[in-house]
Write a protein that binds this ligand. Structure first.
Ligand SMILES: Nc1ncnc2c1ncn2[C@@H]1O[C@H](COP(=O)(O)OP(=O)(O)O)[C@@H](O)[C@H]1O
Ligand SMILES: [Mg+2]
Length: 340
């Protein structure tokens, strides 16, 4: 378990291991309040523990799992897995719906502001809850800065907690303090609501993500910064590409499902590589990770560095917004509108 240590003075952000578990209520629990697995007859304590340890403790996680996942991870019989999934889906209302019913779920989606009006308008109001948005761009373009700003905005405007999976060691206590103060927030309050998992390899990254998203209550924002760094360095040879892509697909689809279930904003940052065939036209860079990443993220933003504080954001994929490009700024106080 990675424990977050901050060299700077002050209160360190919470490490995942210190995350409070949801408080047990004092009153007698009725069947609908009991943990899902306890309400299914035929699931003994050993099976329950195995499922919980594998991240399948709630009806939400089981409802979106496949039989193969449940049997493979927890070693339970296929018949039991099928029964669990059927029950969880029934109770979680994952059956067929009329188009008109989608309006209700669309209304529960919330937009998380970026801090720049131009940036927000590109995104139809801000980063949407319920799905993953990818921030891609060259080193130093500002992906991690945007993530810091969103963490503060999540606490300020959604009054919800943040899960931050840090794969490159670039989460900065000092930046949270500076940007929080500029936003009129108490930095200690903000820091106490960010749970940071420092991931040292891809396996660790996946495990921390699953642990945080199943343990931390009231998540409004999950950040994986960066998605591909470990996968790229660990799976270097061509022969390992298929395995790598399979793992990334699993990692991303877990985050995507959780973002939908928890109705939280999902952000993954991504590196880019040079497109050999685009020397003269368009953006010479493309996000790494291939089709698996390109298809699994719901929205894709390309960030580019301009002179000094100037940045551009280009929306290149969205299920409901037109592509577009805007200018914004990254300053000591965080993400802002750019004025010439
Ligand atoms: N305290 C600050 N004040 C102003 N700009 C900053 C500050 N910290 C970082 N930046 C800007 O952000 C850039 C780094 O952005 P970062 O988000 O780390 O890039 P990426 O994650 O895309 O590699 C720096 O080069 C600088 O331009
Ligand atoms: Mg970064």
């Amino acid at each position: 378990m990675a424990k977050v240590e901050s060299k700077e003075k002050g209160i360190p952000p919470k490490a995942i291991s210190e995350t409070e578990k949801p408080k047990k209520s004092q009153k007698k629990t009725t069947d609908s309040e009991k943990p899902f697995l306890k309400t299914i007859s035929g699931i003994g304590p050993t099976t329950r523990q195995r499922l919980e340890e594998a991240g399948y403790g709630s009806k939400e996680s089981i409802a979106l799992a496949t039989k193969a996942q449940l049997t493979e991870i927890s070693g339970i019989a296929e018949k039991t897995a099928a029964l669990l999934i059927r029950e969880a889906r029934a109770r979680f209302d994952l059956g067929l719906k009329k188009g008109s019913e989608y309006e209700a779920s669309a209304k529960t989606r919330v937009k998380l502001t970026t801090g720049s009006q131009a940036f927000d308008s590109l995104l139809g109001g801000g980063f949407e809850t319920g799905s993953i948005t990818e921030l891609a761009g060259e080193n130093g373009c500002g992906k991690t800065q945007i993530a810091h700003q969103l963490a503060i905005n999540c606490v300020k405007f959604l009054d919800q907690d943040v899960v931050w999976i840090d794969t490159e060691g670039t989460f900065r206590f000092n930046r949270i303090v500076q940007i929080a103060e500029a936003a009129g927030m108490d930095p200690d309050t903000v820091l106490s609501r960010i749970t940071v998992g420092r991931a040292y390899n891809s396996e660790h990254q996946m495990a921390l993500t699953e642990e945080a998203l199943t343990m931390v209550p009231n998540v409004g924002l999950i950040i994986v910064d960066s998605l591909m760094a470990h996968f790229r360095s660990e799976f270097a040879g061509r022969g390992t590409l298929a395995e790598r892509q399979q793992l990334i697909g699993k990692h991303l689809s877990f985050i995507s499902k959780q973002a939908e279930i928890l109705n939280c904003v999902g952000i993954v940052t991504n590196q880019v590589s040079a497109k050999p065939d685009a020397m003269f036209f368009g953006d010479p860079n493309k996000p790494v990770g291939g089709n698996v990443v390109g298809h699994t993220v719901t929205s894709r933003l390309m960030i580019r560095k301009g002179k000094a504080i100037k940045r551009t954001a280009t929306l290149t994929k969205s299920p409901e917004l037109p592509d577009g490009k805007i200018e914004f700024a990254i300053t000591g106080e965080g993400v802002q509108d750019y004025s010439k």
